[in-house]
Design a protein around this ligand. Sequence first.
Ligand code: 6PG
Length: 240
Amino acid sequence: MELRILEDRTALAEATADAVEFAAKDAIGRRGSFSLVLAGGTTPRSAYRLLAERAHRIHWPSVRVFFGDERCVPPDDPASNYRMAKEALLDHVLPGAVHRVEGEIDPQAAADRYEKRIRDAFAPDPPRFDLVLLGMGEDGHTASLFPGVVPEESARLVAPSISPIRSRVTLTLRALNESREVLFIVAGAAKADTLARVLAGVRGEGPADLPAARVRPADGDLKWFVDRAAASRLPEVAGG
Ligand code: 6PG
């Protein structure tokens, strides 16, 4: 696991955009295409804007865009992860494909259709994302895997998920843990306690009970990019 502590949200966005650029060039150079899973929420928005500004640095027609999760709302709803990514990034670049989750239909049907789209996109190979961006909530959720309601390991890559507020559709732990690289981006003091608990779990120094701590790619890289405020309770920063 690689942990990077960035000074502030601006530095976090720059490091994230750099990491996407590096992974894209590497994947396109080696395999001819790059599968990128976008995170929802608000933290990644500035990194997406930066990627849009630097659009020329990535060969976007070779990029296939997916989403880690979606809220069950129409694609133009202010809560839609697709809408956020579209406005910040996708309207400004020309990806080879954009595979969104249909938040506007029944969650189980949306999960079934999204899973099929993923499998079709990778066929005849088994699905394996090159880079998955993830955020983390104050309760330790990631994508739409919430404490106590994580769909258990199964053959599924996508599952409906009931969040405290609304229905969602999410990639499963299996799909995340089969990826080549997972990059968490976390900012803000409100997440400091949870981050300390989750990283202790990831490092085997505490229970890996929260969903974010259970994302550990079996044969891939795991990176956590966090800002100084979020890192304030980590042993290496707090001196604990
Ligand atoms: C979502 C997510 C979710 C998010 C975290 C962090 O759709 O809400 O994908 O897992 O990444 O809740 O969200 P913030 O970046 O807004 O804090």
